[in-house]
Design a protein around this ligand. Structure first.
Ligand code: TEU
Ligand code: CA
Length: 540
């Protein structure tokens, strides 16, 4: 496999609205990110994926773009963004943008023109019909996926909120607009792109096809040819699909993306239940282990994996894959078993300090359009879920869990700003869970993440972690995740107890040298008792 500059890099995802508020208006901003570049450098990350920072009315916190080539004034100015790119580069840190091609904001100039008349040149930028097609198809955010425009006596399609009209990719002008937007940012020195719900740009509404339509890949390959394919950048597609779909997007010879985010094992809603995450199912760690192994074996020899357990759409990994009782231990176990697999590691802001889900007092404490759409559908209209059960589901799975302000220290508002009311509540545990207190504690989750990142980049072991063959061992074991990474003559073993109970285990390998562990223990024979969430990395 041809080596790429980003193969050994850690990506750190930033939700700008919640990262650091430099001007004390309650909203995170670009200058706040610049303030924290040395923290990020010290953590050891190399690429910063910023969720959309473009002009937006923020109905979906930036995933409703009103100008693809300008900066949301809430986050700052174009000069701020230029400075961030420059200051990051001084630290050998690069910026990844978030391209939302499937839809834009209803406040975008294109849509404002489109609704003026049916023969307006922008009308065909969107999907208008005289009546809803397949009206049974619901929006991802609840309710109808068709919105009536009285002045036109027509409906337009929106997969997400009604303020996010889908763009019509059957119109070649749309490809041109997206290509232009990408090229604008490539020229500014952006070194990566995450493509939002990219599997949806092949939709065929009249045939009831909403994702993975027949023209999907030719469109992605055209975007590659006419824009980002001309730059040496890292690309990742957000594509809810199967392993075969992941191959179609990531085989290098197809010139589409370097990798995709697959959600088979990060979503408790993988049973596609009617209420999705709002009737959450406990995540089965054996299911996760099997899925991770499936994607390691499925992609490692032909393309590349993205390794992640959190993002701005999921709840915290400790709540979903670990345990609040064993918070510290399970956070370290999760990091070990995910980020030492083969692929590019993605860490979501706050994950490295062990932030956990927030229990909100009332529905009004939630900001997310997805939460309020689901409440309207499932509690108020269908009455399928009680208010109490819905609030419990939100504690477990609402996207707001990962969008509350980052906890920097134990000062007011956890150091997020100087006291202005933050746009979303601060978690009550911020005095114990914050970057400052953890930076000074060698046993903290933050210290462990730094150790893990340093280990993965250590010249003695780096090639094994980045390019080494992944070999699962004892695959049927539902409590233990054990795998080997082999490169040339080096063999590194990763052994993790995925459960909150002690496990007696007979190590299949003598321990040559312990490289990383989350319990202070000596290992002098192969019969050991693994403590809850114990993780050991050692040379065979
Ligand atoms: O997410 C798409 C998406 O599939 C998720 O919103 C998913 O539907 C939901 O969270 C699962 O419970 C992308 C962005 O990551 C998300 O933040 C946006 O809201 C969405 O697209 C629309 O742009
Ligand atoms: Ca601010």
């Amino acid at each position: 496999m041809e080596r790429k500059w980003w193969h050994d890099k850690f990506v750190y995802q930033i939700y700008p609205k919640s990262f650091k508020d430099s001007n004390n208006d309650g909203i995170g901003d670009i200058k706040g990110i610049i303030e924290k570049l040395d923290y990020l450098k010290n953590l050891g990350v190399d690429i910063l994926w910023l969720t959309p920072f473009f002009t937006s009315p923020m109905v979906d916190n930036g995933y409703d773009i009103a100008d693809y080539c300008d900066i949301n004034p809430l986050f700052g100015t174009m000069a701020d963004m230029d400075l961030l790119i420059e200051e990051a580069k001084k630290r050998e840190i690069y910026i990844m943008m978030d391209m939302v091609a499937n839809h834009c904001s209803n406040k975008h100039r294109w849509f404002q023109e489109a609704i003026k008349s049916k023969d307006n040149p922008y009308h065909d930028y969107f999907i208008f019909r005289d009546k809803p097609i397949h009206p049974e198809h619901r929006s991802c955010f609840g309710g109808e996926a068709w919105e009536y425009v009285e002045s036109l006596n027509q409906y337009y399609f929106h997969e997400f909120a009604k303020e996010q009209p889908d763009l019509n990719f059957d119109n070649p002008k749309i490809m041109e607009e997206i290509e232009n937007a990408i090229n604008f940012w490539m020229k500014k020195g952006i070194r990566g792109i995450r493509f939002d719900v990219i599997h949806m740009i092949g939709k065929q509404i009249d045939n009831g096809i909403y994702g993975y339509g027949p023209k999907l890949h030719e469109r992605v390959q055209e975007l590659y040819r006419t824009s980002y394919g001309n730059y040496d950048i890292i690309t990742v597609g957000e594509a809810w699909g199967s392993l075969d779909d992941a191959k179609d997007f990531t085989l290098p010879e197809r010139h589409e993306f370097n990798m995709v985010f697959q959600f088979e094992c990060t979503s408790s809603t993988n049973d596609n239940s009617k209420h999705g995450k709002f009737t959450p199912k406990p995540i089965d760690m054996k299911f996760c282990k099997d899925t991770w192994i499936k994607y390691q074996y499925g992609l490692n020899d032909c393309s590349w994996n993205a390794l992640f357990v959190e993002n701005h759409d999921l709840g915290r990994c400790i709540n979903r894959f670990g345990s609040l009782e064993y918070k510290n231990e399970s956070a370290k176990a999760i990091a070990t078993m995910v980020y030492l697999q083969k692929g590019t590691p993605y860490i979501y802001q706050g994950q490295e300090i062990g932030m956990t889900n927030i229990r909100m007092d009332s529905l009004d404490d939630y900001d997310d359009v997805e939460v309020h759409g689901a409440y309207k559908d499932f509690v108020l209209t269908l009455k399928d879920i009680t208010h109490e059960d819905f609030m419990e589901a939100c504690f477990k799975e609402a996207r707001d869990n990962n969008r509350i302000p980052f906890q920097w220290d134990d000062s007011i508002n956890a150091g997020f700003n100087k006291g202005a009311k933050p746009w979303l509540k601060i978690n009550k545990d911020y005095k114990e869970v914050n970057a400052k207190v953890e930076e000074n504690d060698p046993k903290s989750i933050l210290s462990f993440y730094k150790e893990l990142i340093r280990l993965r980049k250590n010249p003695l072991y780096k090639d094994t972690f980045v390019y080494g063959k992944f070999i699962a061992i004892d695959e049927d074991n539902k409590d233990i995740f054990l795998f080997k990474r082999e490169y040339n003559n080096q063999s590194i073993i990763v052994l993790v107890n995925m459960k909150d109970k002690e496990i007696a285990y007979n190590l299949p390998h003598s321990i040559n040298k312990v490289l990383l562990k989350n319990y202070d223990k000596e290992y002098n024979n192969t019969n050991i008792t693994l403590s809850p969430y114990e993780a050991i990395v050692y040379l065979e």
